[in-house]
Write a protein that binds this ligand. Sequence first.
Ligand code: F6P
Length: 324
Amino acid sequence: MLKRIAVLTSGGDAPGMNAAIRAIVRVGLSNGAEVFGVRDGYAGLIEGSFRSMGDRDVGGILQQGGTILGSARSVEFRTIEGRQRALEQLAKQGIEGLVVIGGNGSQTGAHALNQMGFPTIGVASTIDNDLIGSDITIGVDTALNIALEAIDRLKVTASSHHRAFLIEVMGRDCGYLALMAALAGGAEAVVLPEIKTTVEAVKDQLVENFARGKSNGIVVVAEGATPTLEELMAYFKTDSPTVGYEIRATTLGHVQRGGAPTAFDRILATTLGAGAVEKLIKGERGVVVGRIENKLITTPYEQVIGRTKGIKPEIYALAKQLAR
Ligand code: F6P
């Protein structure tokens, strides 16, 4: 049984991370371990920025978005020297194991530490939902609901003015959020990183839509899509009179990462955090803890790192089919 463990949050913050931290601290303490929080992800690990966490330190955070520990994308930690410094800091504190709450980049770092001999365990957390090892990751549900609220509002004003809105949602490499927002928001078109399309194809969709008598057009564009929102807007600026609708663009950006986590995210984060810390204390390591088919599942880092989950083509086809 491990007696001194630490937890960090890394990469893009996700609503629900605090619920996971709370569960890790309280379940860790109730299993007789001392729990330390690391400030600002791997950057804080390298600097030795640890703080001992008690039950009261995680009180009142369940309902808060963001992460009370802070997060960062550390360039130094990607180097061997950075990782060695992190290991030295962990040894100095007498810490025996680490829980890493984060997405792909964060779990890659955790895998590296584990390979260097230090026990780590991952908690699947990213609004992108691209991490292998969990059907759904912490923060996705909240981010999706925020995007949907914006889409619903934009649809109202779009209808009043007979406009089409291009709405950019987050997802540099993964179109999950965009696709699900399009499906649940009743979008006329969706542009994803995984399925390349052309500006002309998006225009044709809007023209068809206009001809069907629809009062508005919603096009959801993922951040990393081809074409990008900028490319689409550049095209429509010169070509918009032939579309029928006036075109406007809105980028939702980091708005999707803020705000209170939904009930779903709180429960997911709580159960994943609790499961991860129990497993780590008992000696399990080198895995990501996620939820697959409604069961708590561990997936070895080797099956997670360097891969992404991708989108479901049948959902894409359904979103297209419904846009009529
Ligand atoms: O990985 C989560 C995410 O929100 C992506 O969807 C987005 O591309 C990226 O983070 C933005 O990163 P940053 O917060 O560093 O701008």
